[in-house]
Design a protein around this ligand. Structure first.
Ligand SMILES: [Zn+2]
Length: 469
C-alpha cells in the first residue's frame, strides 16, 4: 500500500476511533475498559465483509489501555486482524502455555435490537453488570487476560515458561483465518504447547443434575461439525398432472427418516469422565440412576429427551435450511435441504455420512458434504495443567467442584489443539442456566463481581503455571 493510501486510511481510522471511543477513552477501571472494548463492533459475518475500522480500532484501544503489557510482550498482527503476544520465559527448555480468546462477536439481528435493555454496542455499565455483545463471548476473555498480564508486569513478575496470548478475529465463523493462521505460525516456529486455555465452558452458578451450584465445568474436548446438502430431483412440469411424489415429497421423506432415526448414543469417553467426577456430588437417586445398571440404561431415554443432555451423549441431527419451488402451479425440478450434525467424540464425519445414506435409503437423493470438521481429541483431566486450572478456580469459586465436560459448540481450539498436549476450554465466569440464552442472544452481560474474579483467575493461573516447576 502506498504512503498516501496509508495516511488517508490512518486519518479515517483516527476519526473513527474518536467517534467510537467517546467516553471510552476515559476508562480507568477494568469494568470500564471492558465496556469500552464492547463499543467496537467487531462482528464476524458468514460473508467476507469485515469492518476493518472496528478491528484496528480495538487493536489500538488495547495498546493504549495496557501500556506495560505492550512494552514488555512482543505483539504480532497475524492475518491482518488477529493478535499474537509472546511473553518470553526465562527458561527456554520449558514448554510454553497459551491463553486464548477471540476478538470477534456474532452479529445483532435488526429484529432483536429493540429488545436490548442497553444498546448492544454501547458498552453500558448498569445494575452491577457490563452490558453488550461480547461481554460473555468472548471479549471478557481478551480483556481479563490482558488485565491480569498488565497487573503481573507492573508487579514485576517474570515468567519462567513462555506465555503466549492469542486473540483470533474470526472464531464465530470457524476461525480459519485467525486461529488457523496463528496455529500455523506457531507450528512453523516449532512451538509445542504444554497446554492451551480457550473459551468453551464456565462456572454454572445454579448447578446441574440436582447438584447445587456453583459447578466449574472445564471443556476437555469439543464436538466436530458436518453439514450435508440433500437434493431431490424430479421431472418438473405443470401442477395439473403431478406424479404421486415430487421432489419436495421425496426430500420430506428423507428428512423425516433422519429426524426419526437419531445417531447412536455414546455413553463412554467424555460423558463417562463427567459422570465419574460429578458422582460424589450427586444426590443418591441421581447417582444410582446415572451410574448403576440397569438404571443407567433407563437413563438413556431421559438423557435423549433433554436437548442439552442429548447434545452431550450423541451426534445430533439438525435440519437447518431448505428450499424448493418457484410458483404455485409449477412442479419443482429440485428440492434441497441442509442438515447440520454435531459429531460427538467417538464418531467421525465419514461414518456419519455412511449412516445418513443408510437411513435415507434412497439412491435418488443426492448427498453432498458442504463442510466437515472432526471432533477433537480429549485433553487429560488428570494432568498437572488440569490441576493448576482447578487451583485457579478454587481461588475464585472454592465451593465449586471441577468437572471435565464436552463442549457441544465449536471453539478456536480446533486449531490450537493441534499444537497443544492438552487443550482446555474454560472461561472463568459465572452464569446461571437461564442466562445461557444471552450468549449470541439479546442482553448479553457479565456481572462486575464475576469479571473481577475472571481477572484474578488468570493472574493466579499465569503465576502458578508460568513459574518454575
Ligand atoms: Zn466465542
Amino acid at each position: 500500500m502506498s504512503f498516501r493510501n496509508t495516511m488517508t486510511r490512518f486519518a479515517a481510522f483516527a476519526l473513527a476511533c474518536t467517534a467510537v471511543l467517546g467516553s471510552a477513552s476515559g476508562a480507568t477501571t477494568p469494568a470500564e475498559r471492558l465496556a469500552a472494548a464492547l463499543q467496537y463492533p467487531t462482528v464476524s459475518h458468514q460473508t467476507a465483509d469485515l469492518d476493518e475500522t472496528a478491528f484496528l480500532g480495538l487493536h489500538r484501544y488495547l495498546e493504549q489501555s495496557f501500556p506495560q503489557t505492550h512494552a514488555t510482550l512482543k505483539r504480532e498482527v497475524i492475518a491482518g486482524y488477529s493478535l499474537l503476544y509472546t511473553w518470553p520465559g526465562r527458561d527456554g527448555s520449558l514448554a510454553p502455555m497459551l491463553l486464548t480468546s477471540h476478538l470477534d462477536v456474532v452479529p445483532v439481528s435488526e429484529a432483536s435490537r429493540g429488545s436490548w435493555e442497553h444498546p448492544p454496542f454501547a458498552g453500558a455499565i448498569a445494575d452491577g453488570y457490563v452490558w453488550g455483545r461480547g461481554a460473555v463471548d468472548d471479549k471478557v476473555g481478551v480483556l481479563a487476560t490482558l488485565e491480569a498480564v498488565e497487573a503481573l508486569v507492573v508487579a514485576g513478575f517474570e515468567p519462567e515458561r513462555t506465555v503466549y496470548l492469542a486473540f483470533g478475529h474470526d472464531e464465530e465463523v470457524g476461525g480459519p483465518a485467525g486461529a488457523g493462521a496463528i496455529t500455523r505460525t506457531l507450528a512453523e516456529r516449532g512451538v509445542r504447547l504444554w497446554f492451551s486455555l480457550d473459551e468453551g465452558m464456565l462456572i454454572v452458578e445454579d448447578g446441574l443434575f440436582g447438584v447445587a451450584g456453583p459447578i466449574a465445568l472445564i471443556g476437555i474436548a469439543e464436538k466436530g461439525s458436518l453439514s450435508l446438502r440433500l437434493t431431490a430431483r424430479a421431472k418438473g412440469g405443470h401442477s395439473s398432472m403431478p406424479p404421486p411424489t415430487g421432489a419436495i415429497g421425496r426430500l420430506a421423506r428423507a428428512i423425516t427418516a433422519l429426524e426419526s432415526n437419531p445417531m447412536p448414543l455414546r455413553m463412554g469417553g467424555v460423558w463417562e469422565e463427567t459422570v465419574r467426577a460429578l458422582s460424589p456430588h450427586l444426590p443418591f437417586r441421581t447417582r444410582l440412576f446415572l451410574t448403576t445398571p440397569p438404571f443407567s440404561w433407563m437413563a438413556r431415554g431421559r438423557l435423549s429427551a433433554d436437548p442439552a443432555a442429548n447434545a452431550v451423549v450423541r451426534t445430533t441431527t439438525a435440519v437447518t435450511m431448505a428450499g424448493a419451488g418457484t410458483k404455485v402451479n409449477i412442479l419443482p425440478r429440485e428440492a434441497w435441504a441442509v442438515v447440520n450434525f454435531r459429531v460427538v467424540p467417538g464418531d467421525d464425519t465419514g461414518a456419519v455420512v455412511e449412516r445418513v445414506r443408510d437411513i435415507i435409503d434412497d439412491p435418488e437423493i443426492e448427498i453432498e458434504v458442504m463442510s466437515a470438521s472432526e471432533p477433537s481429541a480429549s485433553a487429560s483431566a488428570r494432568s498437572e495443567a488440569y490441576q493448576l486450572l482447578a487451583g485457579a478456580i478454587a481461588e475464585i469459586a472454592p465451593a465449586a467442584p471441577v468437572i471435565p465436560a464436552l463442549v457441544v459448540g465449536g471453539t478456536d481450539s480446533k486449531h490450537y489443539g493441534q499444537i497443544a498436549d492438552d487443550a482446555y476450554r474454560f472461561t472463568p465466569i459465572r452464569l446461571r442456566t437461564e442466562d445461557r440464552s444471552r450468549i449470541h442472544g439479546v442482553n448479553e452481560r457479565i456481572s462486575l463481581d464475576s469479571y473481577r474474579e475472571a481477572i484474578r483467575f488468570y493472574e493466579t493461573l499465569i503465576e502458578s503455571a508460568a513459574s518454575a516447576p
